[in-house]
Design a binder for this molecule. Structure first.
Ligand code: PLP
Length: 405
């Protein structure tokens, strides 16, 4: 029996793997000690668990355990990285280069720093969602202190040329921050071969618990220094004060260990499912995949069905499929996804987009259900859509835009 709703929103959050939960549980009860308590066995047990997790996280990304700083998630890690660099390297300059398709954690942190004197370049992307590396290199000035380019995009799954970006950063002596929240544990990530100086990841995007993440801070060649954003007991080598979330950190470590062992097999299985889904949905008239299909995470597909709104489609699924649309309704307006807009996708197609994000627990049966449901819902909605009718009768120019309520 297929259980509904089918969950295909794994880029928003993944379920906690039962093996991860199992590993965490003792740290809520018998092993409840504070990892900073140096005078008794409760503290030592907690510290040992944190040390092991630090090794597990480091191993997944090719880092050293001393280079891992635990945080409350990727948002905090990004804030610490960008603000920490900006405050430390003021003598060198105030220029940051990032990209229009970055996550809000990066963009809003940069916007915040613009009010504090930072100069930020927001590079555009091409229709595949990829930045122009020549334009990136040309944007670097002697005042540039940081490049912030994600590993893989959360909305489209598009994978950046991380190694090439890292090489440019290294050549110009600029620090490279890579938000790997969607890539870590899904595809191979290596801070050494990718020339990454700062890297962020989040447990709940890789089958771990919510509210815990990590920041990798390179210790040599070059040694990156950060100004702490949280003052207190000097935890995490002074970079992030606050009592460590031991159960969460243990969960993140276990999630990294499992990912390292299983990501190749998961990626292979999920890419087959994703390709099956893509092939089937492209049978629908006027369906378009958004972003590069070549440089893309194996489990992600963003697709638009012209002449229907994503939110209407979601309602049409009648709560049987859980996924996201690039059409976000805010209080006063209908703002299509800024990521899709940056790819040059028109408002109509951006509003008509759905993001399918498969995960470790997605089954073939669920994919077949999604194919049937999406196909029939698109057909039903178009049958009653005045826009579709006008298009059929040839009354609609290609650029027809939505009349917003
Ligand atoms: C989810 C996500 C974040 C934020 O991570 P949290 O741990 O939820 O704060 C940042 N960047 C990207 C690309 C993400 O997908």
């Amino acid at each position: 029996m297929l259980e509904l709703p089918v969950y295909l929103d794994n880029n928003a959050s993944t379920p906690c793997d039962p093996r991860v939960l199992e590993t965490m549980l003792p740290y809520f009860s018998s092993m409840f000690g504070n990892a900073a308590s140096r005078s008794h066995a409760f503290g030592w047990a907690a510290e040992a668990a944190v040390d092991q997790a630090r090794e597990q996280v480091a191993r997944l990304i090719g880092a050293q355990p001393q280079e891992i700083v635990f945080t409350s998630g990727a948002t905090e890690a990004v804030n610490l990285a960008i603000k920490g660099v900006f405050e430390t390297y003021t003598a060198k300059g105030n220029h940051i280069i990032t990209c229009q398709t970055e996550h809000k954690a990066v963009l809003d942190t940069c916007k915040h720093l613009e009010r504090k004197g930072a100069l930020v370049t927001y590079l555009p992307v091409n229709s595949d969602g990829l930045p122009d590396l020549a334009a990136l290199e040309a944007a670097i000035t002697p005042q540039t202190i940081l490049l912030a380019f994600m590993y893989a995009n959360n909305e489209t799954g598009v994978i950046n040329p991380v190694q090439a970006i890292g090489a440019i950063a290294k050549k110009h002596g600029v620090i490279y921050l890579c938000d790997a929240s969607q890539a870590a544990g899904k595809i191979p990530v290596n801070v050494l071969s990718d020339h990454i100086d700062l890297l962020t990841l989040s447990a709940h995007k890789m089958y771990g618990p919510k509210g815990v993440g990590a920041l990798y801070v390179r210790r040599r060649d070059p040694r990156v220094k950060l100004t702490a954003q949280m003052d207190g007991g000097g935890h995490e080598r002074g970079m992030r004060s606050g009592t460590l979330n031991v159960p969460g950190i243990v969960g993140l470590g276990k999630a990294c260990e499992i990912a390292q062992q299983e990501m190749a097999a998961d990626a292979k299985r999920l890419s087959l499912m994703r390709n099956r889904l893509q092939e089937a949905l492209l049978q629908i008239e006027h369906a378009y995949v958004n972003g590069s299909v070549e440089h893309r995470l194996p489990h992600v597909m963003n697709i638009s069905f012209k002449y229907i709104e994503g939110t209407t489609l979601l309602m049409g699924f009648n709560k049987t499929i859980a996924l996201s649309s690039g059409s976000a309704c805010t209080a006063a307006s209908m703002e299509p996804s800024y990521v899709l807009k940056a790819l040059g996708i028109g408002d109509d197609l951006a509003h008509a987009s759905l993001r399918f994000a498969l995960g470790r627990f997605t089954t073939d049966e669920q994919i077949e259900y999604a194919i049937r449901t999406v196909t029939s819902t698109v057909q039903q909605l178009r049958a009653v859509s005045p826009l579709w009718e006008m298009y059929r009768e040839g009354h609609l120019a290609d650029s027809a835009s939505w009349a917003h309520p």
